[in-house]
Write a protein that binds this ligand. Sequence first.
Ligand SMILES: Cc1ncc(COP(=O)(O)O)c(C=O)c1O
Length: 381
Amino acid sequence: MKQSEEYGWKISNFIANQNYNFDRKKIIDECGDYNLDDALKVISGWENYTPTPLLNLKKLSNNLNLKNIFYKDESKRFHLKSFKALGGAYAVEKVTQGNKNIIVATATAGNHGRSVAWGSKKLGLKCKIFISEYVSEARADEMRKLGAEIIRVSGNYEKSLEECINQSKSNGWEIIQDVAWENYEIVPKLTMAGYSIMINEITSQTDEYITHVFLQAGVGGMASGAIAGIAKYFKRIPKIIIVEPENADCVLRSIEKGSLKKINIKKESIMGGMSCGEVSLVPWKILKNAVNFCSSVPDNYVARTLAMLKNKYFCNQNIIGGECATPGIISLISLSEDKKKREQLELNENSNVLVMGCEGDADELLYNKLLKKGNDELGNI
Ligand SMILES: Cc1ncc(COP(=O)(O)O)c(C=O)c1O
């Protein structure tokens, strides 16, 4: 029986990019070649740096009749449990350049703020973090533990960012944001350069050429940072498939339209880090031509996928993958078991697919709740 029939996986939306035109040089220039080199040099020199594991989901690739499915396990990224550790902390170091009097500020859904707080703590800097009403107290506490002051703002992520910008302007705080806007591009480029390290690591973790990459997107920073890494470090360019929550599919809608499109989020996704209504400016310059396909998934399958990662359904290892680590797998299973889409994507027994396990149990409370829900669902299936 097909996995998608057995467990109910189904993507919400799927489109091909009519403006696809992958230009290595342009992509690298957009992020900054110097930034990419520097991020690798600086971050790999941090204490306790080790590449995160590249796991092979053997059971799943056998089931889907694909050659390999690699899972980049970012739950092991330093002790911060997500790839975001690479971006914010690096940007704090570059922007403050040893100046101890700077006060750092940012807005976050959780993981980026944790990275900024960690980076500030390492350098002995004060740090102010703005969170929306949707960010859990568990996530807020993790940032407090790193010495940050948390400022909760009523409304959504955009509201917390607005407040961060306003207060930072009047107090002279240095904003370390992973989102770009008009005349605010340097810092987001630094965070993207930090994320590109994931791809650099993969080049020495497998000899196989990756043929397909599934990249989660919120505002698109992670996806475009990974794409910059692909442009710089991969010998062959894989097909790139974006995955978003169906309620926050701003990349998909923008690719469909051929220009930036803002989404009015009606219901926040359980994949909180990806519940974003607008693509960031610098990422968009990369994504608009570098992405082959976009897909979106509903929240319904997140819990069971998280439980399947934990319970060795996909390989002989239990994997701690949080809510944002699941959509790549959901999209891959659904697409590769749909005959027409499988052909369109050229997914077959020679395919080496990469999915990003973006985060672990960064919010332990939510993780345990979802794990229980997923286990209950699997018992019922
Ligand atoms: C944990 C987590 N946070 C946030 C994001 C979104 O990143 P970005 O906003 O850079 O697209 C992702 C993945 O895309 C994620 O896994």
